[in-house]
Design a protein around this ligand. Structure first.
Ligand code: KIV
Length: 274
């Protein structure tokens, strides 16, 4: 039984995001990549589900998010959409599907909406992708932006450390955030930036809701990777991550019990057979 009952049971839209920001109601977002998890997450009262390109890490086992393809993201998105009734489904545009050529970005976004069934797309970056963002928005596709630590640029950054601690980078981030809001982005993920900077951006943006991950308590909402918050990746322990369950232990015990029962011929019993 869910411990949270949504204030509003209707399908979450970009308008609802704006309402929540204006009313100071925090926005809850988690990732999901498959039907079963998305259904559980939606039923627990989630506002938005991100089909993140973190699927490259947690579903496919890659070290970075770079290898996942547009076809693979569309596949994950379709699986999620089939499990969701209320939450808004946002799908990440993967590395290589929008950088450089705005027309390529628009074509990729259209595929995500048409074939994946998403309600919005998410892109990493600021001024360097602003023409692409404008083109996608012009096609009637809502855009969630992503600034701060943008994992698709890991090879430029060189590490996954906190971003925008230095004044120049912080100023650039604020300018980019304002530019993205001005273009029409309805939401902005801020990843691994100082809390004070995330608060400043959240205060400056009047229409675009900020969603933080490792960005402190003052953003309009929060997002985590579902496997991380459920404790399925025991080795991943960043400071910002709160574990709400220890599913690694639960699964290990359940699977171990099954193996032991099979080995001992204790499963199945006559009651479990036809
Ligand atoms: O891909 C992802 O899961 C993300 C979140 C960490 C924001 O972009």
């Amino acid at each position: 039984m869910s411990t949270y009952t949504p204030v509003d049971n209707r399908k979450v839209t970009t308008q609802r995001f704006a309402e929540m920001k204006a009313a100071g109601e925090k926005i809850a977002m988690l990732t999901s990549y498959d039907y079963t998890m998305a259904r559980l997450v939606d039923e627990a009262g989630m506002d938005a589900i991100l089909v993140g390109d973190s699927a490259a890490n947690v579903m496919a086992g890659y070290e970075t998010t770079l290898p996942i393809t547009l076809d693979e993201m569309i596949y994950h998105c379709r699986c999620v959409v089939r499990g969701v009734k209320r939450a808004m489904v946002v799908c990440d545009m993967p590395f290589g599907s929008y950088q450089g050529n705005p027309q390529v970005g628009l074509a990729s976004a259209i595929r995500i909406m048409k074939e994946g069934g998403a309600q919005a797309v998410k892109l990493e970056g600021g001024r360097e992708i602003i023409d692409t963002v404008r083109l996608i928005l012009g096609a009637g596709i809502p855009v969630m932006a992503h600034l701060g630590l943008t994992p698709q640029s890991i090879n430029s950054f060189g590490n996954y450390n906190v971003r925008a601690r230095a004044e120049a980078e912080a100023e650039r981030l604020v300018e980019d955030a304002l530019m993205l809001e001005d273009a029409g982005c309805y939401a902005l993920v801020l990843e691994k930036v100082p809390s004070a900077l995330a608060r400043l951006v959240t205060e400056k943006l009047t229409r675009c809701a900020t969603i933080g991950i490792g960005a402190g308590p003052d953003t309009d909402g929060q997002v985590l990777v579902v496997q991380d918050m459920l404790g399925m990746n025991s080795g991943f322990k960043p400071k910002f991550l709160r574990r709400y369950a220890d599913l690694a232990a639960v699964i290990n015990e359940a699977v171990g019990s099954y193996v032991a029962d099979v080995k001992a011929s204790a499963f199945p019993t006559p009651e479990e057979a036809y």
